[in-house]
Write a protein that binds this ligand. Structure first.
Ligand code: GUN
Length: 279
């Protein structure tokens, strides 16, 4: 193995310690509400981690667990109550939602100043025009991981695999803002390796276990693996770590790469939202 492992866990712990320090004197405490609909085990695990992180930094946190068959109206009413609740500064609805619920409608009902996921059209639009406020946590975390390597982004070719609203689209905008030339690949891109092999910075966020092998990576590249996939009862990323780490210059592991950064950036966004609401 030649690649340097990017320790997302350590960077996230440092960020969390800083957030704890900054918020220790704040009263009332920053408050985050997380809503989960249904009992998907992976989603439940993620929201419990978010709740635990709030406890670590002494934020006020509320976890609202709704049944799989909850009506769209009930969910919207719940969000409206949180929009009005002065103790809550951030609202997060864990995705995906069950098929009978209109995801866009639900996201759009969150007040933009409490939208700590940065998924509302207002926050997404601000990001698009380069006025970064509440920026989605995973892409923000990815930028911090890339910056931690010391590799300059400006002038580099960044290739993003995946075009989701949560990761692919916002990370491509952030990389572009930092001066990268960005290529976006997705399920129709063919052949994928033609593009990935050109990447100085490669970000994969598609949720396909071991999609990217070492032979698809440029020597010395920064490789960021956003995938969290279960394969034969073990957690693997979109990148085949074993072969990729012989070629890449820097690589994130799965777990302990991007995942902890998403949570640390969510805490940062909650603190930012709190400050905006207490100006
Ligand atoms: N599901 C997967 N990632 C995320 C995220 O960052 N935020 C929310 N709300 N749901 C998700």
């Amino acid at each position: 193995m030649s690649a340097t492992i990017i320790d997302g866990q350590k960077i996230a712990e440092e960020m969390t310690a800083q957030i704890k320090k900054e918020s220790s004197s704040l009263l009332p405490k920053p408050g985050l509400a997380v809503i989960i609909v249904g009992k998907d085990p992976a989603s439940l695990l993620y929201v419990k981690k978010k709740e635990k992180a709030c406890q670590q930094v002494a934020f006020y946190s509320v976890l609202i667990e709704l049944p799989e068959d909850v009506s769209e109206l009930k969910l919207l009413n719940q969000i409206d109550a949180l929009n009005q609740n002065k103790k809550i500064h951030g609202i997060l609805v864990q995705l995906p939602l069950p098929a009978h619920i209109n995801e866009r409608l639900v996201i759009d009902s969150i007040y933009p100043n409490k939208d700590v996921d940065g998924f509302t059209p207002i926050n997404m639009g601000n990001l698009l025009v380069g006025d970064n406020r509440l920026v989605p946590s995973t892409p923000r975390g990815i930028m911090k991981l890339i910056e931690s390597t010391g590799v300059h982004i400006s002038g580099k070719h960044a290739v993003v695999v995946g075009r989701s609203n949560i990761v692919g689209k916002p990370i491509s905008l952030l990389l572009q803002q930092h001066g990268a030339t960005v290529t976006m690949c997705h399920s129709r891109t063919h052949p994928l390796e033609y593009y990935t092999k050109q990447a100085d910075i490669l970000v994969s966020a598609v949720g396909k276990p071991k999609l990217i092998s070492g032979s698809m990576i440029k020597k010395g590249a920064v490789v960021i693996d956003v995938g969290i996939n279960s394969l034969n009862n073990t957690l693997v990323g979109d990148v085949d770590f074993e072969s990729a780490s012989t070629v890449a210059g820097f690589i994130t592991p799965v777990p302990k790469g991007v995942g902890p950064m998403t949570i640390a950036c969510l805490l940062e966004n909650t603190l930012y939202a709190y400050r905006q609401q207490h100006l």
